[in-house]
Unconditional design. Sequence first.
Length: 92
Amino acid sequence: MANTTSAKKAARKAVRRTAINKARHTRMKSQVRLVEEAIAKGDPAAAAAALKAAEPVLVRTAQKGIIHKKTASRKVSRLSARVKALSAAAHA
């Protein structure tokens, strides 16, 4: 248990930050899941719309330091490729 006043405050802040970071991480995962579900359904329009909503959430999550910047970039890139392939298959 924390003994000093500053350590007690740091412990309180850690609890608050953990809750905020967990909410942001959950929001990011939900947005990614919406894109993946739209891809699984085979709906290119819905997948493109979901990706457009998910991309800024991923970037913002990386800016806040919850995930690494390159992890966010990789996720956006892979989702974009899958949505692009889906729309190409739909037009073919």
